[in-house]
Design a protein around this ligand. Structure first.
Ligand code: FAD
Length: 422
């Protein structure tokens, strides 16, 4: 990984955003720059990292009091949880990725004085897609964090700044690779209280490469203000003039992207749903709304802070994931790593796109589909690109999800996780 400096957030004291992370990471293989290598904890980087020393099961036990249990609801796919909801803020927030549940949860913590600060991700002043980690101390500062940015956000570098300011009650908003390292170090951070608000994360890439992708999707990439991979198998683009464009996945210009457009880290991540957060706020299972996964008592405390600002409903589920996941896994194996490219003839793509949106898995079944695809992708990519890391990096739960698709451990591929992990 190149040792790049962070984009700039000017005037970090505006709106209670006290500090933005600085400095460059120490380059390392399989790294998503969670920020630890930029911090005083750098010596423990390897021990904390999901891509060096993953400890999914023991950290689940540490955080939730138990590891995921395949016999309980959907835990095999989504990790430990107490409840899951289809959710939306009654008053959606401008600039939010969905309705703004994530930033609103953090705002509520600050409003109630339950934390001294929140570590989250804002946008660079000159590029709304470039992530800048920030330490937010006033609720109104969270507005600057709304919306998804594409690129690594070394949020954990700000643990030092928080400690230097004497903040011992913190919230962190992050994706799974950041949360894994945070949980691995949590006991040694001397915090009085920690709330972890997680989002799922399928894949990330560098901001520069994301701009290349935007330029392939539209001839006015600079005017795109929003992009999301919708659960109805379309990418939605919104433009600064209010225009909206929806592109079926099957028609995305994936074949024109370099094979490493998505880094191997993201292609071999087995924690899509951020199982170590107190709450996970995503969208995959919610059919057009947000997906709120409350994982433990602290997560319940967080959800309760929203009161009647949030509308909750049961999640639905429809369809059968097995066909699509099987096809995807076969395609991956043929491809031997890299991004799977559908070679459907051009004329057939609109029809396939329509069929996928109309008859594909929906709700929880869609989320299970995506988790299984990601697990298959992780195993196939590691086998192709880092065969000697398979044993250490593929957790037991991933092998179990992949087994129905013929992806079973070969000699020496299982058991790398210490026995206490199983
Ligand atoms: C790279 C990426 C991929 C994602 N993929 C999926 C997916 O496949 N399925 C799914 O259900 N959800 C995914 N999400 C989460 C989703 O995009 C929404 O952020 C989430 O549903 C919350 O919506 P919201 O309206 O509540 O967020 P908002 O209230 O708008 O808040 C967004 C929050 O995201 C954080 N954030 C933004 N960019 C980054 C970043 N680069 N790194 C770390 N944190 C960031 C900010 O701190 C902010 O608090 C992904 C998020 C990211 C960053």
């Amino acid at each position: 990984m190149a040792a790049v400096a962070l984009p700039v957030l000017a005037a970090p004291d505006v709106d209670g955003v006290l500090a933005a992370a600085r400095g460059a990471p120490r380059p390392r293989d399989l790294c998503t720059d969670c920020g630890i290598s930029r911090s005083s904890h750098a010596a423990r980087c390897g021990a904390a990292c999901q891509f060096v020393h993953p400890r999914h099961a023991s950290l689940e036990r540490q955080v939730h009091g138990r590891a995921r249990d395949a016999a309980r609801g959907d835990e095999a796919h989504f990790g430990p949880y107490l409840e899951m909801w289809r959710a939306r803020l009654a008053a959606p927030r401008a600039g939010a990725q969905w309705t703004g549940l994530t930033t609103r949860l953090a705002e509520r913590l600050l409003e109630e004085g339950l934390v001294d600060a929140v570590i989250a991700t804002a946008s660079a002043d000159d590029d709304r897609w470039a992530p800048v980690p920030v330490l937010v101390t006033e609720a109104r500062g969270m507005a600057r964090c709304r919306g998804m940015k594409m690129g690594y956000s070394p949020v954990l570098a700000l643990l030092d700044e928080a400690a230097a300011r004497g903040y011992r009650r913190l919230a962190v908003v992050g994706v799974a690779c950041q949360v894994h390292a945070l949980r691995a170090l949590e006991a040694s951070l001397g915090l009085e209280r920690l709330y972890v608000i997680g989002t799922p994360c399928s894949d990330n890439t560098t901001t520069a490469r994301f701009h290349d992708f935007l330029a392939l999707l539209t001839d006015r990439p600079a005017s795109v203000t929003y992009l999301e991979f919708m659960p109805d198998m379309h990418v939605e683009l919104r433009f600064d003039d209010g225009g909206v464009r929806r592109i079926p996945f099957i028609r995305l210009p994936i074949a024109q992207l370099p094979a490493d457009f998505i880094p191997l880290t993201c292609r071999s991540c087995f924690d899509y749903t951020n199982a170590l957060a107190d709450v996970t706020v995503g969208y995959m299972a919610a059919g057009g709304d947000q997906w709120l996964v409350v994982r433990n008592a602290r997560g319940r405390e967080l959800a309760a802070l929203l009161g009647d600002e949030v509308a909750l409903a049961p999640l639905g589920s429809r369809g059968d994931r097995r066909g699509p996941v099987r096809t995807f896994a076969r395609m991956l194996e043929r491809q031997k790593g890299g991004m799977p490219v559908r070679r459907a003839p051009r004329w057939a793509r609109p029809l396939i796109g329509w069929l996928q949106a109309r008859f594909g898995p929906k709700g929880l079944e869609f989320a299970r589909t995506r988790v299984e695809m990601k697990v298959a992708e992780g195993i196939v990519n590691l086998r192709a690109e880092r065969p000697r890391r398979v044993r250490a990096l593929v957790p037991e739960f991933a092998w179990e999800l992949a087994a129905p698709y013929g992806l079973v451990p070969r000699d020496g591929e299982r058991g790398g996780t210490p026995s206490r992990e199983r």
